[in-house]
Design a protein around this ligand. Structure first.
Ligand code: BES
Ligand code: MN
Ligand code: ZN
Length: 539
């Protein structure tokens, strides 16, 4: 999509569709200039008709009208932004997404979009450009009718009409460039999620990562089963055992050019990448299984974020760590009752092969923490329990390092992604106690999301860690704002905002060089041995 900034009379801006977002009350009295000029060009019929049709600029409202040659555009679309006092750029992002869908439905190729006068014009630009870019997304490549369509709908030219008193600036140009990148990367991630599991195999996912890294000038290393064996990732090997698809170990690295910046501790991003989760021998029921091609959404968001980070060029390294495989039942599959030995050395009794995500993530988190990151975050479609708790639009955020969790929650708020903190409470600890191994991989149903987080926690040692359970929001059950049914790219924008937040004050995160989980485990074991010796001596 091509964007340009224009100033002045919105009715003269070129575009087949003129979009004017409005706050409640603006139709009746305090009309912005754009609405007033459009209305007078239409001899008062715009406000008249919109009022008559009950348009009050509420957040779910829109009003479309023909101009019959009385304005530059053939049609005007009024968009509701709701109450001005409750405004957040996300409201505008969702509205722009709806406008994009209307434009696609009308087969409009060009539009003029009036930027509402809000506190920060750059944030409005981000919201509108992201909303439009995400809103035009469709996944119909396997529909013969869509493939054969002669002139498919394509909104590809948008003039952004600046509010009165706002000039085009470097800041706005930067916001536009970033928003375009974010929308493109998110749509790229949505494609990976929406592609069927016979296309996005672990190997295909690794190739997508390689391609993305190459385009962004990032370093990429891809390993196979041999490499996973060499790293003693016994839990990862257990999960992949039932599949004939080769597992893939993916490591993407952004390193700043500046030598001093390159020496800062990296930020580590980890994404769940089960390209199909059948449940394994603890097979899922049919209804639950069809959606399980989306069980790699965490890694899609992480890789999409890396594409944006490559352009953002923060003053510290950023690493992405991904373990990709399928979870399948077969004669070679791991079994309930098996005991696996993790990279960290802890042993795990398998009580449910459908609790596979935490197994792969546990080994990958250990590996990520060995790179001594200042913090590690994982994005995972981890538990159905999180969907029960928070629904399809809210991400569950876990972690015990308050400062880091708060950074992520703040970034989510800026990004317009809804997240809610859930506890990593030791009260649930008994759920994972095993009679025969250090722990088991699944416990009671109650508090299922907390149990999963408690399991992951065992593998990060003292590294500040945040776990995002995106099982609900990774996939939208319906069309909504800029979302369409299917993959959403959930978490990607939060990761980008988090990197931007840290990039503003990179020195604040330098001091943290926590011990790696293995060092911490060794220390704990030594301490245990010492107290055992002491106890023996005392006896
Ligand atoms: N990938 C699923 C979680 C999931 C469920 C994601 C629904 C998206 C929508 C995960 O691997 C899983 O199967 N979790 C189990 C864990 C249980 C066996 C302890 C679950 O949530 O039922
Ligand atoms: Mn599962
Ligand atoms: Zn899964």
């Amino acid at each position: 999509m091509n964007f340009s900034f224009v100033s002045g009379d919105a009715t003269r801006a070129s575009g087949e569709l003129l979009v004017i977002p409005l706050f409640e009350g603006e139709l009746a009295d305090t009309a912005p200039t754009s609405l007033a000029t459009a209305d007078s060009a239409l001899e008062g019929r715009l406000r008249g008709a919109a009022t008559q049709e009950g348009f009050k600029a509420k957040t779910d409202q829109a009003f479309l009208m023909h101009t019959h040659g009385r304005a530059g555009a053939e049609r005007v679309l009024l968009l509701g932004l709701g109450n001005r006092a409750r405004f957040h750029p996300e409201v505008l992002r969702l509205a722009a997404g709806r406008a994009a869908k209307t434009a696609q439905r009308l087969k409009v190729g060009s539009a003029a979009f009036v930027l509402p006068a809000t506190d920060a014009a750059a944030n409005a630009v981000r919201a509108v450009v992201e909303g439009l870019g995400l809103g035009v997304y469709r996944f119909d490549k396997y529909k013969s009718a869509a493939r054969e369509e002669k002139n498919p709908a394509k909104l590809d030219k948008v003039a952004l009409v600046l509010p009165d008193g706002v000039e085009k600036s470097r800041e706005l140009e930067d916001a536009l460039a970033l928003a375009k990148r974010v929308a493109d990367a998110t749509n790229w991630a949505r494609d990976l999620v929406n592609e069927p599991p016979n296309v996005v195999t672990p190997t295909a996912l690794a190739e997508a990562a390689r391609q993305a890294a190459k385009e962004g000038g990032l370093q990429v290393t891809i390993g196979g089963r041999r490499d996973i064996e060499k790293l003693n990732m016994g839990m990862f090997l257990g999960v992949t055992a039932g599949s004939i698809e080769e597992p893939r170990l993916i490591h993407v690295v952004y390193t700043p050019k500046n030598a001093r910046d390159a020496k800062r501790p990296p930020l580590a991003l980890v994404g769940k990448a089960i390209t199909f989760d059948s449940g394994g021998l603890s097979l899922k029921p049919t209804e639950g299984m069809v959606e399980m091609k989306t069980d790699m959404a965490g890694s899609a968001a992480v890789l999409g974020a890396m594409k944006v980070i490559a352009a953002l060029k923060p003053p510290f390294p950023v690493h992405a760590f991904i373990g990709a495989c399928e979870n399948m039942p077969s004669g070679t599959a791991y079994k309930p009752g098996d005991i696996l030995t993790s990279r960290l050395g802890k042993t795990v009794e398998i009580t449910n092969t459908d609790a596979e995500g935490r197994l792969v993530l546990g080994d990958i988190l250990t590996w990520a923490c060995e790179h001594r990151p200042s913090a590690v975050i994982d994005l995972a479609t981890l538990t159905g329990a999180c969907v029960i708790a928070l629904g399809n639009y809210i991400v569950g955020a876990f972690g015990e390092h308050d400062a880091t969790v708060n950074e992520v929650l703040q970034s989510a708020r800026t990004a317009g992604e809804e997240m809610w903190r859930l506890p990593v409470s030791e009260l649930q600890k008994d759920a994972l106690r095993s009679e025969v191994a250090d722990m088991k991989n699944s416990g009671e149903r109650w508090g299922g999301s907390i149990n999963a987080a408690l399991f992951l926690k065992e593998f990060v040692g003292e590294t500040p860690w945040v776990h995002l359970d995106i099982a609900g929001p990774s996939n939208s059950p319906k069309e909504r704002g800029y979302l369409s049914k299917g993959g959403t790219g959930a978490g990607l924008r939060t990761l980008v905002e988090w990197v931007r937040l840290r990039a503003a004050t990179p020195d604040d995160y330098e001091a943290t060089t926590p011990p790696t989980p293995r060092a911490a485990a060794t220390k704990a074991a030594a301490k245990g041995a010492k107290s055992a010796r002491k106890a023996a001596k005392g006896a």
